[in-house]
Ligand binder design. Structure first.
Ligand code: NDP
Ligand code: 8X3
Length: 254
């Protein structure tokens, strides 16, 4: 079979949808998954005729649902060449002692456990075929701390280190693993983080030129299209309008 089969989690918006658009090319087969069905249907309609599209409503937190989705793939989508572990979210920006514990749990369940489930269920086929590429979407938040980043950043640090550890386990196979660490990018991310508060979400990007979902899709496409012997391990990218701050120092008031 020509082309590539690409399995994308979180394809209903942002990076995942942009990746679906960029990989929608003749010969490619795309498995597009997310919880919301309507945006998946809209994307399927938009991309009809450009690639073979299969959509699956899927909550990656549900281990058995992930298993069912992978095991019931139609024959022509079974040999997955690229798994894009993109589904994820941040919830809240409160300090650790004030945070809603349910939010922490949702981030762990999605960003860590969901990514684990998809990887564990899709990887054996890649190893058996001795080809494939897992692209994990981490974040600058997994490498650099910031106030309120607590569990979100921790979950993305997991993604980064898990990606490196996968490389160790897969040494000797032709299965590649890449971890991408984007900084601030304008998608539905902040709207989700601030629970639908569009004003707060807009403030994150105000006066800046943030990364776009298309920037991330181009990056994913680039790492996937390197020659098969080239493994991009980790790739961090930021908007030109973002950089690190100085250490914060607490001084007692005089
Ligand atoms: P969006 O909110 O636009 O997209 C997130 C996607 O994840 C949606 O398609 C959503 O679909 C899906 N998703 C969330 N929870 C689940 C779940 N339980 N099961 C299945 N799918 C789920 O944000 P982005 O595109 O920006 O985010 C994509 C990834 O990039 C995330 O992992 C995020 O942490 C990461 N990231 C984002 C950055 C940014 O600044 N935007 C920077 C660095 C990393 P649905 O709700 O339909 O399930
Ligand atoms: C998203 C980037 O800085 O909002 O992962 O955490 S940030």
């Amino acid at each position: 079979m020509g082309g590539q089969t690409i399995f994308i989690t979180g394809a209903s918006s942002g990076f995942g949808a942009a990746c679906a658009r960029i990989f929608a090319q003749p010969g490619n087969r795309l498995v597009l998954t997310a919880r919301r069905v309507d945006p998946l249907l809209a994307l399927q309609a938009e991309l009809a005729g450009k690639a073979d599209i299969h959509i699956i409503p899927l909550d990656v937190r549900d281990r058995e649902a992930v298993r069912g989705a992978v095991e019931s793939l139609p024959e022509r989508f079974r040999e997955i060449d690229v798994l894009l572990n993109n589904a994820g979210l941040a919830l809240g920006l409160e300090p650790a002692h004030q945070v809603d514990l349910d939010d922490w749990e949702a981030m762990v369940d999605t960003n860590i456990k969901g990514l684990m489930y998809c990887t564990r269920l899709i990887l054996p086929g890649m190893v058996a075929r001795n080809r494939g590429h897992i692209v994990n979407i981490s974040s600058t938040a997994g490498a650099w701390p910031y106030p309120g980043g607590n569990v979100y950043g921790g979950s993305k640090a997991f993604v980064t280190q898990f990606s490196r550890n996968l490389r160790c386990d897969l040494l000797g196979t032709r299965v590649r693993v890449t971890c991408i660490q984007p900084g601030m990018a304008e998608t539905e991310f902040s709207r989700v983080r601030f629970k639908g508060d569009d004003g707060k979400a807009a403030q994150v990007y105000e006066g800046t030129e943030p990364l776009t979902a298309a920037d991330i899709a181009e990056t994913v496409q680039w790492v996937v299209n390197r020659p098969p012997h080239v493994n991009i391990n980790t790739l961090e990218l930021m908007s030109i309008d973002q950089a690190w701050g100085p250490f914060a120092i607490h001084r007692e008031k005089q």
